[in-house]
Design a binder for this molecule. Sequence first.
Ligand SMILES: [Fe+2]
Length: 339
Amino acid sequence: MSVATAETAKDVAVDFEFTDSERDGLAKELNSINANPYRTYDAFLFQVRVLIADGKVPERFVRFSESLVDRDRDRDPVILVKNAPIDRDVPPFDFDEPVRSKYEIKKTFIAEAFLALFAELRKTPGIGYVNVNDGDVFQDIYPKRALSESQSQKALKEIYFHKDLANHFVRPDHVYMLGMRSNPVNEVYTTFVRNIDVIEAFTAEELEQLRRPNFYTPFDDLTVYGGNRELGDADQHPVLSGETDIRYFENRTVGLIPEAEALSQKLKKVLHNVKERVFISPGDFACVYNNHAVHAKEIISIGSEDALRERWIIKSVNVDDLAPHAEHFIPGTDYLVNG
Ligand SMILES: [Fe+2]
C-alpha cells in the first residue's frame, strides 16, 4: 500500500449541482437517444447535438458550461459538478473482461450522452485512441484482472500522480470523469494537484533543471497493453515545459542524472503536500485540465475487496480543438487517433 494518504487533504470545491428535477428531466431526454455510442458514435453525437439545439438541456447548466471558457486554468484546474444524470442500477461487469461485459450488459447510454453533451456545450470534442479500449471515446475506470496491478484505468488499487497520456503524440487538454458506482465502505479518493502549487515549491534554479530533458517515463500501461500499433521507446523529456505544463508520473518518471533524480524525489513529496481530494459518488462529475494539474487515485482503507472490484467511473479525454491533431486521426474520422 502506498504511504501517501488523502486523509488530510482538502475537499475539492463544488462548482455546480443539479437539482433532482433537473437531473431526472435531463436523464429522460438523454435516454431518448437511440444510437449506441460504441457502435455508431457519429449518430450518437448527432442526436446529442439535436437535443441541445432543441433546447432540452436545463438553461442553468448551459450557462454554467459556457461560462467555463473564462475559467483560469492554472488557478482552477478542477471542475466538480454534482448530481449529474447517469444510468442507475447497472449490474457489475465481468472482472476478466469488463469492457466486453459492458457491451453486453449496459443497454442505456445516459452517462455517455451526458459526457458528450458537456463536451458539445464546452466545445471540447472527445477523442478515442486505437490502442485504448479499441478506440472507444467513452472508457471505463473499472478494474480488470489482467491489469489489476498496473498503473492504468483498469487498476484495482491506487494509481500514482500523473497526467493522462503524457507520453502520447496526441495529448488531451481535458479529462472528464463521471462517477457510476462507488461504495463508501472503501475510502478511495481521486486526488488532484494544481501545477502552479508544484512550481511554487521550487527555486528558480530547480525550475531550470526541471526544464531540461533529463527525465524518462515509460509509456502508459494501457497504450502498451492495447498493442494495436507499435509506439517505439518513450523519449527523454523535461518535467516542466511551456508556462506550467508538468509531465511526471509518480514512481515511474526517473531522473537520468543525480540532480534530476533528486528533483523527481522532491516533486513526489510536494505533490502530497498540496493535493485536494474528492470521493467520486454516483453522479459526481469531475473534470480536470490535463495540462494544468495532475491527478491520482488514492486508497486510505478497504472495507470490501468485492466492492473495490466493482468501482466504476466513465471517462473521456477531450481536446480544445481537433484541427492540430488532424494528421494523427485514422483517415475518414475526426476523433480517432491512430496510436
Ligand atoms: Fe488518469
